[in-house]
Design a protein around this ligand. Structure first.
Ligand SMILES: [Ca+2]
Length: 326
């Protein structure tokens, strides 16, 4: 049973008891008809709530059964799942957080504080807030150190678990606005970027949805890309970014296929995804395990200018489910 149902039950039970106690405490002064009626109504309400809770448990079980058995006929088993059902902070047994400035000259300072769970979803909140950069050095050349101030904050979660091959299904909602660069992506566990292999199941920036993979070249930090870009307007839905969508990756030894709402956006042929220099990573970067990153970047080399975009704003993830063939 998901924890929040348990919490809900306790909360409701407490509130019934408290309300009853309040009504009962007046009994020494004599019970009026109104008070008797109030007690009766409260008891009726409490009973109906209990019945409601009794029906919720099997409903949850059948929802889970549907998730578990979804791709069984194709030989897939559910091997990992995050529904974000516990309100509050992100489950530390499953996720780590990146800290500070990380890559691409992005504007946001990553910190744990901007990620939280509510109503069964993970919220990654981009905020416009000014703070002193704790890494600031007056004469630094490095972009991470020469910025005196932080102007935006956000979060980047990395999964503790990593996987090689499978079907990955992630339901999410993003805001298509200037300066925002949300992403659902994977990095190989061994090797230096990009020789470790990068898979971008979803990137959004500049009014486009991207679905990519990249790997190494002969030069360090220079990637060979296999990219797909789809303008958001091609989905022909003015409310596209008000809705949740499902991103899916099918990855086996031969290929990586990236889907959005069952539309195939990109197929990466893994025979071609070979590192020419194996001193910085494995020859075949997509024949090794990858971990998942969920983040909302702001600005940077691709994100664009966020100055006219309202903040705070949120990248929401409803679930992450991983199925593998056994
Ligand atoms: Ca959920």
């Amino acid at each position: 049973m998901p924890k929040h149902y348990g919490k809900l039950a306790i909360k409701r039970k407490r509130s019934h008891t408290k309300a009853l106690r309040e009504v009962m405490s007046t009994k020494n002064k004599g019970l009026s008809m109104t008070k008797i009626l109030s007690i009766a109504l409260l008891l009726l309400f409490a009973t109906s709530c209990q019945n409601e809770l009794k029906t919720q448990a099997p409903k949850q079980a059948s929802v889970q059964e549907k998730i578990t058995s979804k791709y069984k006929s194709l030989g897939y088993e559910l091997v990992w799942q995050e529904e974000f059902n516990s309100d509050g902070s992100v489950e530390s047994s499953k996720w780590d957080f990146e800290q500070g400035f990380q890559r691409n000259h992005e504007l946001q300072w990553y910190q744990e504080d901007n990620a939280f769970c509510e109503d069964g979803k993970l919220f990654i909140e981009g905020r416009r807030e000014m703070k002193a950069n704790p890494s600031f050095k007056a004469k630094a050349n490095n972009w991470k150190e020469k910025r005196k101030n932080i102007y935006y904050t956000s979060s980047c979660l990395t999964s503790k678990q990593s996987w090689k091959y499978g079907r990955f299904e992630i339901k999410a909602r993003l805001k298509a606005a200037d300066g925002l660069w949300p992403a659902i992506w994977f990095l190989g566990t061994e090797g230096q970027w990009p020789s470790n292999g990068e898979i971008d199941l979803m990137e959004y920036y500049n009014d486009m949805i991207l679905a990519n993979a990249c790997w190494g070249t002969k030069r360090p930090y220079q990637a060979k890309w296999d990219s797909s870009k789809t303008p958001v307007k091609d989905f022909k839905d003015p409310d596209w970014d008000k809705k949740f969508h499902i991103w899916k990756m099918d990855w086996d030894k031969d290929s990586i296929k990236l889907f959005l709402d069952d539309q195939l956006l990109n197929t990466i042929d893994l025979k071609k995804a070979i590192n020419p220099d194996t001193s910085r990573g494995p020859k075949e970067p997509f024949q090794q395990a990858h971990y998942l990153l969920l983040n909302l970047a702001i600005g940077g080399t691709n994100g664009g200018d966020p100055s006219s975009t309202p903040f705070p704003n949120q990248f929401e993830i409803d679930y992450v489910r991983v199925y593998q063939k056994q």
